[in-house]
Design a protein around this ligand. Structure first.
Ligand code: NAP
Length: 310
């Protein structure tokens, strides 16, 4: 029986692992197929405290993992297939099935993060990874000297566009409204960049291609209903994320968007089960807030275990 299993190895899960390992809980961290979480898909993180020159997302994650290992955290690769509550006649414990293998735990921290939202077009699936992408920092360099489209109007769309402006020929942002929701500083950077243009009040209706790769997008003006084609070599979707909570549906309470519900102390409705990071947080979604929640969840797990042993 594990004292603590942490599901997810992004910044939230890894921070929980550092705290729990230092508290001698020897946590077992289950890393899914997207180990390291969304920070692995970004370049410079400029707003993580302590790094005045910025820090590369993957570097930050790798260092957190090393830090957790140094204090005794253990890591297991695999995807969580199911999560259920068990009872030994006295206390609840939890069973997590990871690629067919059962893991039992007294406490669990769920830090499974979120994944990129898609437009819902058949054509975006047909051309996925053949011109349609959800991570500019991962796939942008494939389009050196080419023209690309970014869809969205939040911080991600601005940040990805700024990155793409450095590695591609020209970036067109297609946004469905007449204003960005991104923070002011990101908006200003994107709007003042001569290699970035915005097409406002427009949605991508269709991704067009030659059967092998993307060649254009069909854009609809949402105000007058007119459609037109814009030639492009790639489309980067930056329209938000969906929390990775499917394995917990029916066992924990989820809100209408799939975020796991918890109180301000990261406690879910099940005693001993806590959450941290983007699978819970629909508001802040920052590396530093995810890390903070990881810390809170680990401290709460420690308290819970002390209660059980008394
Ligand atoms: P977001 O803030 O939710 O923005 C999503 C954008 O995509 C919105 O502009 C939205 O349009 C648009 N959108 C959503 N669904 C769409 C659809 N089906 N078709 C077309 N457009 C669609 O998501 P995000 O930009 O990924 O940011 C998420 C959070 O992370 C935010 O809190 C953000 O501040 C934070 N973040 C911060 C940084 C940074 O500080 N460097 C970088 C990235 C993200 P509407 O505006 O019309 O709703």
């Amino acid at each position: 029986m594990e004292k603590l299993v942490i599901i997810g190895a992004g910044i939230a899960g890894l921070t929980a692992a550092i705290y729990a390992a230092r508290a001698n809980l020897q946590p077992l961290v289950i890393s899914g197929k997207e180990e390291g979480g969304q920070l692995m898909l970004t370049t410079d993180v400029e707003n993580y405290p302590g790094f005045p020159e910025g820090v590369l997302g993957p570097v930050l994650v790798t260092k957190c993992k090393e830090q957790a290992k140094r204090f005794g955290a253990r890591f297991m690769d695999g995807n969580v297939e199911s999560f259920s509550v068990k009872n030994d006649g006295k206390n609840n414990f939890y069973e997590i099935v990871v690629d067919g293998e059962k893991v039992e735990a007294l406490t669990v921290i769920i830090a499974t993060g979120a994944s990129a939202k898609m437009l819902g077009l058949e054509s975006e699936l047909r051309y996925f990874n053949r011109g349609v992408h959800t991570c500019a920092t991962c796939d942008g360099p494939l389009y050196g000297g080419k023209d690309v489209v970014v869809v969205g109007g939040g911080d991600s769309a601005c940040e990805e566009s700024l990155f793409l402006s450095k590695v591609t020929n020209f970036v067109t942002i297609v946004h469905r409204r007449d204003a960005f929701r991104a923070s002011k500083i990101m908006q200003e950077r994107a709007l003042s960049n001569p290699k970035i243009k915005v097409i406002w009040n427009s949605s991508v209706e269709e991704i067009l291609g030659d059967g092998k790769k993307v060649t254009a997008v069909k854009i609809k003006n949402v105000e007058d209903g007119s459609s037109r084609e814009l030639k492009t070599d790639a489309v980067f979707l930056a329209i938000g994320h969906i929390p990775s909570s499917a394995a917990f549906k029916g066992v924990l309470d989820l809100d209408e968007n799939g975020y796991i519900k918890a109180d301000s102390r990261m406690r879910t409705k099940l005693p001993g089960v806590f959450v941290a990071g983007d699978v819970y947080d629909r508001i802040y979604k920052q590396a530093v807030t995810a890390a903070g929640m990881g810390c809170q969840a680990a401290l709460e797990a420690e308290r819970h275990l002390e209660g059980i042993s008394k």
